[in-house]
Design a protein around this ligand. Structure first.
Ligand SMILES: *Cc1c(COP(=O)(O)O)cnc(C)c1O
Length: 427
């Protein structure tokens, strides 16, 4: 990890060209890599030498970009995945199997909720969901003897709750398990969860990191700080020989800094193959270079729009932790002093009907299943991303039926406000 500030890391980390080498990260558009002898390649298969042999497991372009995000988050090792969903799945499945249990915040992305509560449940992993503002007693009561991890989002999509990372990390560590934090909405520009005790950080790089709606992708960063070897019985996959990989014991061979990511690459990427394409990794890196500039502007626009909406007579409520009256304002001041995110949620008076009239009237904000894009967009989760949830589950996830998720782009805030004004006049 370098000591540079986040702005410098966004631009420079992960790739340092040698004399006469390309200034920009080369796109290594190759599925495979050539070796002089079978023995050379055998060492790679045995994880005895590091190098590339097949892009389903690792690719040099991806590794440069993963190394940049790793440095930005202050981690010890990182990997790219084909999507944020793959990152969420791998991050948990790397340490939890059939018969295990995970504690998760109920305020998480709808796709993650479905992955956990439906698909991973079918794989035999049980999840207990706790409200992000639950009491310490409720949080501690959620743990079981077979609990393997705690999961939450720094700023939840779309409910925009702020996770008390220190409190959740403390509870996780008291029960001998790591805290996994999805830092997609905050980005390492606004918050670096590892500094607050999180052990593993994941991203949907599809959002602010790419930032231009160009490529779906994900990333997993390990802090290298969680000591798996203190609990060898709880994490046998990391602390005992992997028979599917020539008997390697990941914690012994790769240390605490490398064990988790090497296992996820050697086992999960090998078997599930959710690799990011090197082309997408290249595009992602272009996004990362300007992330610090864009996030600042996204947040400034969101703050102004949240203030405008909260003073408007046709608006029922506004959820943005940057507003002084917000239930999460104190947490935002602690964890996100430089800005929360560019997404604002609000309800229009008149509920579902009024919400769809407002959305139809907007000219600059496009209706999209997307957020965190340079272009402003909006969505009505109850009828789209969260439609698999019943009203009770919606309420637990902090999504009311009238909620509109408005993702501020980097256009002029004046123009966005004028657009909202004219659309509200039609409601
Ligand atoms: C979008 C999103 C995901 C899923 O990422 P994909 O790249 O769409 O697979 C996960 N977590 C959060 C917070 C998200 O916003």
């Amino acid at each position: 990890m370098s000591d540079y500030k986040i702005e410098t890391k966004c631009v420079q980390s992960g790739y340092r060209p040698g004399n006469g080498e390309p200034r920009q990260i080369p796109i290594v558009q190759s599925t495979t890599f050539r070796y002089d002898t079978g023995e050379d390649m055998g060492k790679l298969f045995d994880l005895e030498a590091s190098g590339y042999f097949y892009t389903r497991l690792q690719n040099p372009t991806n590794d440069c970009v993963a190394a940049k995000i790793c440095d930005m988050e202050g981690g010890s090792a990182a990997m790219l995945t084909s999507s944020g969903q793959a990152a969420s799945f791998y991050s948990v499945f790397n340490i939890a199997s059939c018969g295990d249990h995970v504690v998760a915040s109920s305020a998480i992305y709808g796709g993650t909720y479905n992955l956990f509560a439906v698909t991973m449940k079918r794989m035999g992993i049980e999840f207990t969901f706790v409200r992000p503002d639950c009491t310490d007693e409720e949080l501690n009561a959620a743990f079981r003897t077979n609990t393997k991890a705690v999961f939450g989002e720094t700023v939840s999509n779309p409910s925009l709750r702020v996770l008390d990372i220190e409190r959740f990390a403390k509870a996780a560590h008291e029960h001998g398990v790591p805290l996994i934090v999805d830092n997609t909405f905050a980005t390492p520009v606004n918050c670096r969860p590892i500094e607050w005790g999180a052990d593993i950080v994941i991203h949907s790089t599809t959002k602010y990191m790419d930032g231009h709606g160009a490529g779906v992708g994900g990333c997993i960063v390990d802090s290298g700080k969680f000591d798996w070897t203190r609990y060898p019985d709880r994490f046998p996959g990391l602390c005992t020989p992997d028979e599917s990989y020539h008997g390697v014991t990941y914690t012994e061979r790769f240390g605490l800094g490398g064990a988790y990511i090497t296992k996820a690459t050697a086992q999960l990427m090998r078997d599930f193959g959710s690799i990011q394409s090197p082309q997408n990794a290249f595009l992602l890196n272009l996004g990362l270079e300007s992330l610090h500039l864009r996030v600042k502007r996204h947040c400034e626009n969101a703050q102004r729009i949240a203030e405008f909406l909260s003073g408007h007579e046709k608006i029922a409520w506004v959820k943005y932790a940057g507003l002084p009256g917000d239930e999460d304002h104190a947490l935002a001041q602690k964890y996100l002093p430089g800005g929360v995110c560019g997404v604002v949620s609000f309800g229009v008076k008149g509920g579902r009907e009024a919400a769809s009239r407002l959305m139809a009237g907007l000219k600059l904000a496009a209706i999209e299943t997307h957020v965190a894009d340079a272009r402003t967009c909006c969505l009505h989760p109850a009828t789209t991303t969260h439609r698999q949830m019943n009203d009770e589950e919606l309420a637990a996830a902090g999504v009311s039926p009238d909620l509109i998720r408005y993702s501020c782009g980097i256009e002029s805030a004046d123009d966005l406000i004028a657009d909202l004004e004219q659309a509200l006049a039609q409601v």
